[in-house]
Design a protein around this ligand. Structure first.
Ligand code: SAM
Length: 280
């Protein structure tokens, strides 16, 4: 095994359930992001991830959701992504365990191949919940966006005693337009469901502070760790596919250019914890 040390970002190769049980301390996480396989037949590293029934898939989801609730601090937040058809189950399961503050719609442009006989899917839902609705992080100032009414249309609010121009900045609503990652974009990696850095940037800026600890259950291309590193947060990222772990190590500049030497343990049963210290 050859890894570079990076103290703030931890990468764990292994199965989410056993890693959460064995390697993550209860009540230690400020922000959890979970972007699981959607059970819609996508292939990860050439292997199709499809459960035999919806029930089986949801049982598996409830297992890691329960573990998330154990791992997150009382002041912490969780963001869960899912396919549109499964999100209602997750919502109902979680709503009496956490306070759901936002049901976010992330939408994007068409990929060129468009449905012709029905309305094609161009959005993914994200659930945002907190353990304690009276005590959680939400850095509104950090994520403000342009408010068209004040910034572009320059409209005046005449309802006020002294009429003034509407605000030119606002906290985004729960419908987010963020383009998907496309081939040849600088952040693009070879993974079927890579999420854009801009999406994670908004979530991490809003719901964590510098030095906070973020947990990503299904790291894929390690978008969360990349953005966490950029924003000065700590992270723990779990991924079952070794190819993607290698990809993450490269994306985070944890490995040198000589790829031939980057061997990572093949032990399927246990997780290799690459506890790395920043040297670059
Ligand atoms: C939807 S993708 C995550 C994409 C990621 N958010 C990104 O921006 O690249 C889900 C990932 O979960 C991984 N995965 C699937 N089953 C897993 C398991 N049991 N434990 C850990 N990771 C798993 C897959 O290999 C895949 O890379």
């Amino acid at each position: 095994m050859k890894v570079r040390k990076f103290a703030e970002q931890k990468i764990i190769l292994g199965d989410v359930i056993s890693v959460l049980n064995d390697c993550v301390e209860d009540g230690s996480i400020d922000l959890i992001f979970a972007d699981p396989p959607y059970n819609i037949g996508k292939k990860f590293n050439g292997k199709q991830k499809k459960w035999n029934s919806d029930d089986e898939y949801m049982k598996w989801c409830y297992q890691w959701l329960d573990l998330c609730l154990r791992k997150v601090k009382n002041t912490g937040s969780i963001y869960i992504m899912a396919a549109t058809q499964y999100m209602p189950y997750i919502d109902i399961y979680l709503r009496d365990k956490v306070t759901i503050l936002s049901r976010i719609v992330w939408y994007y442009d068409s990929s060129g191949v468009q449905a012709k006989k029905y309305f094609g899917s161009l959005y993914e839902p994200i659930l945002f919940g907190v353990k304690d609705k009276n005590n959680y992080t939400f850095n509104a100032e950090e994520i403000k966006i342009e408010a068209k009414t004040g910034a572009v249309r320059k409209l005046i609010d005449y309802r006020k005693q002294n009429p003034t121009v509407y605000n030119s900045k606002k906290v985004p609503g729960n419908v987010w337009y963020i383009p998907r990652v496309r081939y040849k974009m600088a952040e693009y990696r070879n993974h079927p469901t890579q999420k854009p850095e801009a999406l994670l940037e908004r979530i991490i800026k809003a719901s964590s502070n510098p030095d906070d600890l973020i947990l990503d259950l299904f790291a894929g291309t390690f978008t969360t760790s990349v953005v966490a590193k950029k924003l000065g947060r700590k992270s723990i990222s779990i991924e079952i596919e070794e190819e993607y772990v290698k990809l993450g190590l490269e994306r985070l500049n944890f490995v040198s250019e000589d790829k031939s030497n980057h061997t990572i343990s093949n032990n399927q049963d246990f997780q290799l914890t690459l506890d790395i210290n920043m040297e670059n």
